[in-house]
Design a protein around this ligand. Structure first.
Ligand code: S3P
Length: 170
């Protein structure tokens, strides 16, 4: 357990807009770890944006790349990883990410993510607007809660959330 604490990855998961990337960068700075964003890693590897991948290959094409990313990143050590909002939904991904570190759920309320995502045009799953955000949120939260090692409230500032993450890991 001590080894895992020292070298295991800190894997942030949670809904779109829960703060995985922002809080992840902060945590990396504060703990002297390297920060890796799963979506960004996929974008660099593919040379195009997540939205373009969805358009060209559909969601299933993106999920295949995400599985690769989860596998490869879980073999690295000492990282702070911001997972994609859908990464934990595949049980194999969840298992891989947990084997390489501690999976932390940034548990932001529906209201908080709704206001943070207002006007966002980069996320293909929210393109159609309407009730998609509410529906996805309701379906996913129970899965995140079941699969994460710990959950931390994430409605506050990134600094506050980072503090709560470190406290939860003590
Ligand atoms: C997704 C979340 C996005 C990105 C893709 C799919 C999801 O990541 O991976 O658009 O299924 O929730 P963020 O959570 O970083 O927005």
């Amino acid at each position: 357990l001590e080894m895992k604490k020292k070298f295991g990855n800190l894997v942030l998961c949670g809904f779109m807009g829960s703060g995985k990337t922002t809080v992840g960068r902060l945590l990396a700075e504060q703990t002297g770890r390297r920060f890796l964003d799963m979506d960004q890693w996929i974008e660099e590897k593919e040379g195009c944006s997540v939205a373009q991948i969805f358009t060209k290959r559909g969601e299933s094409g993106f999920r295949a790349l995400e599985r690769e990313a989860a596998c490869e990143l879980s073999r690295k050590t000492g990282l702070v990883i911001a997972a994609g909002g859908g990464a934990l939904l595949d049980p194999e991904n969840a298992r891989a990410l947990r084997s390489g570190g501690t999976v932390i759920l940034l548990d932001a309320s529906l209201n908080a993510v709704r206001s943070r995502l207002e006007g966002d045009r980069t996320r293909p799953l929210l393109r159609d607007g309407g009730g998609e955000l509410e529906r996805l949120y309701g379906a996913r939260l129970p899965v995140y809660r079941e699969r994460a090692d710990v959950a931390v409230p994430a409605d506050g500032s990134p600094e506050e959330t980072a503090r709560l993450v470190l406290k939860a890991l003590e």
